[in-house]
Design a protein around this ligand. Structure first.
Ligand code: DGJ
Length: 717
């Protein structure tokens, strides 16, 4: 690929990357983000919107143009992107452009704008990366302390974006343990709306760093101008939306500055996390598809590779198991036909065995009573049954009842002169301490060295931080939250250098850690401990707005009283797996499930790598319908869930989407229980894409039942 590298004030446009008339133009297939450097050498956001046909037109857009990255202490009256107090106590930052670069390589354009304070050697570099085909832009910031003393960063945003629209609507996604990702939508009014987290480790338990921002009117699935944004940061985050007196909106995303006045020593550079966003005129559905494409291609570890189906033992046994029980469970996995058995919590600890959640975190040695032949034996036994083997870890945590605690009481985040603050009877390790980082690395490394055939890890994190204090950082406590997350990434980086493709599921007591900062290192995440089929529709629906199906672990369990068919159909919309007592299932349920795994394997390419279309939202009707269509529009799969149903309630036909109007598709209901027939009138017939998208299918045929579901496969003829 030809590489173009330009310091570009004099650059004339080619290849959709332009820098002329002091403009910095980042174009994607449909959108553009444009900055302009004015005579005062300040940089302004000139445009963010639909791409213009003539790049020379960006210069004509006109005001209101706002400074791209506003420093506190100068002329601005609103929330700053950055607030710095210099070594001499001066609390202001004046940012003037000293350099710009732009570099286009294939699909990706990388640009940077270097800003300097004329009076202080503080330097801020605004970084941008645009992904042409995906219509996605990623931005982050570097702050360099060129002074002789330490400076303090009070605010240090990843991104500041400005909008000027008649009105603004925010769609946010939050909840709690077991109720993750509930969508709430509201019109923004003058003042600041903040969405944030102060939870530190299990940082997204109440709120995920994702949002839709609709410009003008509230977007629908297919219509409306909006941006979908997400911060790649697994710690405290903050998104703020501020409307000023003239109805301009500024959107700031980054690390939450709460209790985090960051001390940046002389010569050091602070790199913010990445803010990722897509802009579209075509509604939330398009925004989702853009983000999914970007995520698979660039955002998620091995995002274009297949995943394994698995049986986890957590719901089946909790910590109450032994070697023989596990080996028996392997037979269950075999009966289901999944690829892998995942051993969850409870396999470790000797002095303080992990029989309940009060002990042993930190003592990552196999419990000799429960598992006398060790993990190696389990791996082998699984393999003789044709299964791969995976294992659970929670390496950032420590139980007060553990040998690790006895040996290293100074390795724990806890306040001096205060009682220990336990959550799930455990504490968080002081990962900022390099010795703790080595320890955590070694936990995984030793396990893998001893058992190189371990094929999967589930990395859990069951508590947020409270009483946060790093003994290692001593007097520099306000760096703790930030340095914790940076240290976590350091460890993950080391592990990924050594084990680049080992599949690892990210879990934090459910979906307490779900962001693209982590997903660089993880292949999937656990969305919620709530696996009730009914509830899961909403939770998975929520996550699927921002994360592709192959990352959303969706397991069939016994929680919820819905029929196995319903629970299975729900799991199949994401990355399917099981967490169930197979020996408690009926022969009919096992047979159905085994067939379901086969069906899933046939459909999984479309689900994992296809385009998602949300057709009927469970927020709008007592049902949910979504579909995936592959990129060639040859195959598609529709998931249809009836939630509540009242007598004679009208459920209209559902118009499909994402098909080729000129192709003909065979309609086939799949994943039926043995002995049941499809009630779908269109089953077995062939229809054109045009018909299916304009007229649709009756997905509530015959006698409609609450809590029922169907999966329909479409194959181009
Ligand atoms: C919380 C997770 O969400 C569960 O799936 C399970 O792994 C437990 N932790 C184990 O302690």
């Amino acid at each position: 690929m030809k590489k173009i590298f330009i310091a570009f004030l004099s650059f004339t446009a080619t290849l959709g990357v332009h820098a002329q008339n002091k403009e910095i133009v980042l174009e994607t297939k449909n959108s553009a983000l444009v900055y302009v450097v004015k005579d005062n050498q300040k940089v302004y956001q000139a445009y963010l919107g639909q791409k213009l046909n003539q790049s020379s037109d960006y210069a004509k857009v006109g005001g209101p143009q706002k400074e791209a990255y506003i420093g506190a202490g100068m002329e601005d009256f609103f929330e700053p992107a950055i607030r710095v107090v210099h070594a001499d106590g001066n609390p202001s930052l004046d940012l003037r452009v000293s350099d710009q670069r732009i570099n286009k390589e294939g699909n990706i354009t990388t640009a940077s704008i270097t800003l300097k304070d004329p009076k202080y050697p503080t330097q801020v570099v605004l970084h941008f990366q645009s992904f042409f085909n995906e219509d996605v832009i990623k931005t982050w910031t570097e702050i360099r302390n060129g002074e002789k003393g330490t400076i303090t960063l009070y605010n240090y945003a990843s991104s500041m974006l400005h909008f000027s629209a008649p009105s603004y609507w925010l769609s946010q996604f939050d909840g709690d343990y077991m109720t993750e990702m509930r969508m709430k939508e509201s019109k923004l009014t003058t003042g600041i709306k903040t969405m944030d987290s102060k939870l530190g480790s299990r940082a997204h338990m109440y709120r995920t760093p994702v949002f839709y921002l609709s410009l003008g009117n509230l977007s629908t699935e297919k219509t409306g101008e909006l941006i979908a944004g997400t911060l790649g940061w697994s710690g405290n985050f903050q998104s703020s939306f501020e409307i000023d007196q003239a109805n301009n909106l500024r959107v700031i995303n980054g690390i939450n500055p709460y209790a985090s006045d960051y001390k940046l020593a002389a010569g050091q550079t602070f790199v913010t996390p990445e803010f990722i966003f897509t802009h579209t005129l075509n509604g939330k559905g398009q925004a989702t598809r853009n983000l999914h494409d970007w995520a698979r291609n660039y955002g998620v570890l091995d995002g274009t590779k297949p995943r394994m189906t698995l049986l986890n033992n957590w719901e089946a046994t909790h910590m109450d198991f032994n070697q023989d029980i596990l080996v028996e469970l392997f037979d269950g996995a075999k009966k289901l036909g999944v690829d892998l058995f995942l051993l969850d919590d409870g396999w470790f600890g000797n002095k303080y065995p992990r029989d309940a959640d009060k002990t042993a975190l930190g003592d990552w040695q196999t419990d000799k009573k429960k598992l006398p032949s060790g993990i190696g034996y389990l791996v082998k036994q699984a393999e003789t049954k044709g299964l791969k083997f995976g294992i659970w870890l929670e390496p950032e945590m420590i139980s007060p009842k553990s040998e690790l605690y006895e040996k290293h009481p100074d390795w724990i985040l806890k306040l001096p002169n205060r009682e220990e603050s336990l959550s799930r009877h455990q504490l968080v390790l002081d990962l900022v301490n390099p010795k703790v980082q080595d320890f955590v690395f070694k936990v995984v490394d030793d396990l893998m060295k001893e058992n190189p055939n371990i094929a999967f890890i589930k990395w859990d994190c069951n508590r947020p931080m409270t009483n946060t204090y790093s003994p290692y950082l001593k007097t520099n406590q306000s760096n703790t939250y930030v340095d914790y997350t940076k240290s976590l990434y350091k460890v993950l980086e080391r592990l990924r250098t050594k084990y680049p493709h080992l599949p690892v599921m990210l879990c934090a007591g459910g979906g307490g850690r779900t962001d693209y900062g982590a997903l660089k290192y993880f292949t999937e995440f656990w969305p919620s401990d709530n696996t009730d089929g009914f509830e899961r529709i909403f939770i998975q629906w929520g996550y699927l707005n921002f994360f592709p199906a192959l990352t959303v672990s969706s397991h069939i369990t016994s929680m919820g009283k819905q029929p196995i068919k319903f629970r299975t159909d729900v799991a199949m919309m994401g990355k399917m797996g099981y967490d169930i007592r197979v020996n408690k299932m009926t022969a009919e349920e096992i047979e159905f499930s085994n067939q379901a795994v086969e069906t899933y394997k046939k459909l999984s390419d479309v689900i994992w790598f296809g385009d998602l279309y949300r057709l009927i939202s469970p927020y709008e009707e007592p049902r949910a319908v979504l579909m995936y269509a592959d990129k060639n529009k040859d195959k598609a799969v529709v998931f249809n869930y009836i939630l509540n149903y009242r007598r004679k309630e009208y459920l209209s036909k559902v118009k499909l989407d994402g098909l080729d109007a000129n192709k003909k598709y065979k309609i086939e209901e799949v994943n039926l229980m043995r002995g049941t027939k499809s009630a779908l009138a269109e089953n077995g017939k062939v229809y054109s894409g045009d018909f299916l998208m304009k007229v649709g299918l009756n997905l509530a045929p015959g006698k409609v039942q609450a809590v029922s579901s169907s999966i329909i496969e479409l194959t181009a003829q």
